[in-house]
Design a protein around this ligand. Structure first.
Ligand SMILES: Nc1nc2c(ncn2[C@@H]2O[C@H](COP(=O)(O)OP(=O)(O)OP(=O)(O)O)[C@@H](O)[C@H]2O)c(=O)[nH]1
Ligand SMILES: [Mg+2]
Length: 194
């Protein structure tokens, strides 16, 4: 049986979200650019080592200012999020910390979050930096280049593994909650069970 995992991508405009998706899904990269309008959704089966086939619903957003306060439907039901910043533009890192991350947490309190420094082909030094924001929140951190492909597949596979695990954990959690509730109801009832 294949798992369906909803993965969302967030981050400022032009940090490389769509190029990372293009690199991951098509193993392709073109310099040509068009900014994403609102939300683009891709559905694809992905073979993940150690997991088998995973059906991924990948939601790519527009980072433009006017879409910053996204409709809750974008976050609804997400199992994992990738937050991307541009390692050549400090402001995009700060915006993850100040805007994107807090907004995401308003809707999805517990999902795994991966923080990605992209465009390392243009800033090799970034890979030696220990960024404070992901460390502070205990978030996964990695460095990518959609241009040369470095770490891109790794990051998406790590995200999918985390998403599948999260999904399994919540279904186990809600199952045990259901049982507990049933037992509590049973206890409360006047039925004589002895
Ligand atoms: N050098 C370099 N350029 C990149 C990389 N990733 C993306 N770019 C360039 O950055 C620009 C923006 O990339 P997009 O993927 O469209 O950015 P986005 O985050 O999807 O932007 P919005 O859709 O507006 O939110 C493009 O000109 C890309 O060619 C990278 O890893 N290295
Ligand atoms: Mg885009």
């Amino acid at each position: 049986m294949s798992e369906v995992v909803k993965l969302i991508l967030c981050g400022d405009s032009a940090v490389g979200k769509s190029k990372l998706v293009e690199r991951f899904l098509m193993d392709d990269y073109s310099k040509h650019t068009s900014s994403t309008y609102a939300i683009t959704k891709f559905t694809q089966d992905v073979e993940v080592e150690g997991l088998g086939k995973v059906k991924v619903d990948l939601w790519d957003t527009a980072g433009q200012e006017r879409f910053k306060t996204l409709h809750s439907g974008f976050y609804h039901g997400a199992h994992v999020a990738i937050l991307v910043f541009d390692s050549t533009r400090k402001l995009t890192y700060r915006n993850l910390q100040d805007t994107w991350y807090p907004e995401l947490r308003k809707y999805r309190e517990n999902i795994p979050v991966l923080v990605i420094a992209n465009k390392i082909d243009e800033n090799q030094k970034a890979t030696t930096i220990k960024f404070g924001f992901p460390a502070k929140h205990g978030l996964y951190m990695n460095y990518t280049s959609a241009a040369d492909g470095r770490n891109v597949v790794q990051v998406f596979h790590d995200a999918l593994r985390a998403g599948v695990k999260y999904k399994k954990d919540i279904s186990l959690h809600s199952f045990s909650e259901m049982i507990t509730q049933e037992l509590a109801d049973w206890d409360d009832s006047d039925e004589d069970v002895s």
